[in-house]
Design a protein around this ligand. Structure first.
Ligand SMILES: Cc1cc2nc3c(=O)[nH]c(=O)nc-3n(C[C@H](O)[C@H](O)[C@H](O)COP(=O)(O)O)c2cc1C
Length: 177
């Protein structure tokens, strides 16, 4: 019989720290997820957006159920995924709740549109994707939201740079043409 060495027992707290550290090394595109209308709007900065399927066009994002945007997504059954450019760092900070700005006030200082679902769409996003909420799957602290794509807005047209977040800091990824 093969003898497999047992992995060392790691206490929960150390495992959480190790996992958080590992995730800091995963570079992520920065988006703002928006929901609601008028004064009843909020949004959050997110790196957890990923494509789910092309046919039908769907995507997922993982949203903390304590975030102020979560009840708005449930109520309005829509959300916008606004992919940010490097010049949107201030927008990313605002929607991450830094400096204490909340709700509709996070939308100040940028131009917003509506496409099909009514979710707020950032006019000069790298690209913005208007989604209807197809399903929300609660897991642990978060909900995995599945968005059915209803419209796409190529805000900056052929943008040549995107905002990323890596090891606790913003950066830019660019194409050298
Ligand atoms: C770069 C970055 C990425 C983030 N990604 C996520 C994410 O994918 N999901 C999430 O729930 N929160 C994410 N957050 C945290 C939310 O932006 C933040 O908790 C939220 O805006 C604050 O919630 P509030 O609206 O209740 O103030 C991220 C924050 C930053 C700075």
């Amino acid at each position: 019989m093969n003898e497999h060495p047992r992995p060392p027992v790691i206490p929960d707290a150390a495992r959480h720290d190790a996992f958080r550290g590992a995730m800091r090394s995963l570079a992520g595109a920065v988006s703002v997820i928006t929901a609601g209308f008028g004064d009843e709007r909020s949004g959050l900065t997110a790196t957890s957006v990923s494509s789910l399927s092309i046919d039908p066009p769907t995507l997922i994002a993982c949203i903390n159920r304590n975030a102020s945007t979560w009840p708005l997504i449930q109520r309005h059954r829509h959300f916008g995924v606004n992919v940010l450019a490097p010049h949107h760092e201030v927008v990313a900070d605002r929607f991450a709740g830094r400096h204490g700005v909340k709700g509709a006030a996070r939308y100040a200082g940028a131009d917003w549109l509506e496409l099909v679902t009514g979710a707020p769409i950032l006019a000069d996003a790298v690209v913005a994707i208007d989604c209807e909420l197809e399903e929300a799957i609660d897991r642990h602290s978060h909900s995995i939201v599945i968005g059915r794509v209803r419209a796409i807005h190529a805000g900056l047209g052929d943008a040549d740079a995107a905002l990323i977040y890596w090891r606790g800091a913003y950066g830019a990824v660019t194409h050298h043409r």
